[in-house]
Design a protein around this ligand. Structure first.
Ligand code: GAL
Length: 435
């Protein structure tokens, strides 16, 4: 990098005159904290594949989720009390709020929808109190709105709450049932796994085997189904190391809670796995808490920005039927969504961090970068970085679009901004080229 970034900001209108400026500017005043060890340059997603995963395996979601899935799921807000009427209402609100137009597609029924017992022939039974007509009419209605339906299953004998039948021993049957109902997305949770039935195998090997078996069962239906592996043993297992050839997304964390601390913890658990993500397979730090009461609007904007920067699935977890305009504006910020959905499909990574201050960069198709300056700490701070650190090519200057204010600025040297406590500033940056 030859031309450092200026710490001054100028309106884009002045850009033309300033393009000729190739002034070399000394390094910016620098970081407010000592630079942490740099993460190595991002590589293309490495499909680190174990032989077990690959032998004859046809992923059910091949060709799907080429961009991170977007949708809604009732668990964060309603837990296991999601009914057919609620799903219908949320799907309608997804349309009327402008979310569908902004790219949200999946309406996901989470755990708790089915009974603990199965029908005489072994079929799963929707809870008649919540889904009196079953799942098929819900799927039909969701499809009529131009949306897709997701459902929850457990790889083990029960769901994690222990209240519903799991799919263990019924993978083929349940996959066929889901396909017949018109389900487009299956989230496979990880509880009540009978590990003792797999002597000589580690828990992680069993997980991989079961993920593959359900994947095969879903693929056998020949219905295109997005496959979400929700291995809650992530603390002791390394799901991201084997899930990519099997599934379209995999959880890298436990369950998010509606607090700022939990949101940051999930960011921290996910941010390092950036090499694993790519078109067709994504790291999932769990659903959004945007619109739920536990975080301020600026903390909610921080979650939305960080998730987009990490190319995470954007699955809203609030009540879409009652959300205020300020929340809707976060969830439908198209400039931020475009970063998440960028066709290159690279997950952003940290170029440095220290004292709760983060600089993240995400390569974009067309050569630009999405940059998030995240101040996770409780005090406002200056956060800065150089174009070289952000992975931008040498240029006479750089145009920055602030993705929350829309403001355009230009700089020839270092990027530096004041970031309030528990907030982000997010830019799309492009290098200016002299013609
Ligand atoms: C958990 C899972 C959550 C949600 C919940 C439903 O095990 O991690 O995302 O699906 O079960 O009961």
């Amino acid at each position: 990098m030859t031309c450092r970034w200026a710490s001054r900001w100028v309106p884009a209108a002045l850009l033309v005159g300033l393009l000729a400026c190739a002034t070399r500017i000394a390094a910016s005043p620098g970081h407010t904290t000592p630079a942490a060890p740099r993460t190595p340059a991002a590589a293309s997603p490495a499909a680190q594949t174990s032989p077990l995963a690959m032998r004859g395996y046809q992923p059910p979601g091949r060709g799907l989720a080429l961009r991170p899935p977007m949708g809604w799921d009732g668990y964060n807000r309603f837990h296991r009390n999601v009914s057919a009427a609620l799903v219908d209402a949320e799907a309608r609100a997804m349309v009327t709020s402008g979310m569908r137009a902004a790219g949200y597609t999946y309406v996901n029924i989470d755990g708790g929808w089915n009974l603990l017992r199965r029908a005489a022939g072994g079929a799963l039974l929707p809870n008649p109190r919540l889904f009196p007509q079953g799942i098929r009419p819900v799927a039909r209605y969701v499809h009529s709105l131009g949306l897709k339906l997701g459902i929850y299953a457990s790889a083990g004998l029960r769901n994690c709450a222990g209240t519903s039948a799991g799919s263990y021993g019924h993978y083929r049957q349940d996959a066929a049932t889901f396909a017949a109902w018109g389900v487009d997305y299956v989230k496979l949770d990880w509880c009540w796994i009978p590990y003792r039935r797999f002597p000589g195998r580690t828990h992680e090997q069993v997980s991989e085997l079961l993920a593959r078996r359900m994947g095969q069962a879903l693929a056998a239906t020949r219905r295109p189904i997005v496959y979400d592996v929700n291995n809650t043993s992530w603390r002791v297992q390394h799901v991201w190391e084997w899930a990519r050839p099997l599934a379209n997304l995999w959880r890298t964390t436990g369950d998010i809670r509606d607090t700022y601390t939990s949101m940051v913890r999930h960011f921290l658990a996910n941010v390092g796995h950036y090499r694993r993500a790519g078109p067709g397979g994504w790291n999932d730090p769990d659903m959004l808490e945007v619109g739920n009461p536990g975080m301020s609007l600026s903390e909610q904007r921080a979650q939305f920005s960080l998730w987009a920067e990490m190319a995470a699935p954007l699955i809203a977890g609030d009540d879409l039927t009652t959300m205020p305009a300020a929340v809707r504006d976060i969830l439908t910020n198209r400039a931020v969504i475009a970063i998440d959905q960028d066709p290159l499909g690279r997950q952003g990574h940290a170029v440095w961090h220290g004292d709760g201050h983060w600089v993240l960069t995400k390569p974009l198709s067309g050569g630009g970068r999405a940059v998030v300056l995240f101040n996770a700490s409780g005090r406002g701070a200056d956060i800065s970085a150089s174009a070289a650190e952000l992975g931008l090519p040498a240029a006479v200057g750089y145009t920055l679009r602030n993705l929350w204010t829309g403001a355009l600025t230009w700089t020839s040297g270092a990027l530096r901004a004041w970031v309030p406590a528990r907030s982000v500033i997010m830019y799309r940056i492009s290098a200016d080229v002299i013609r």
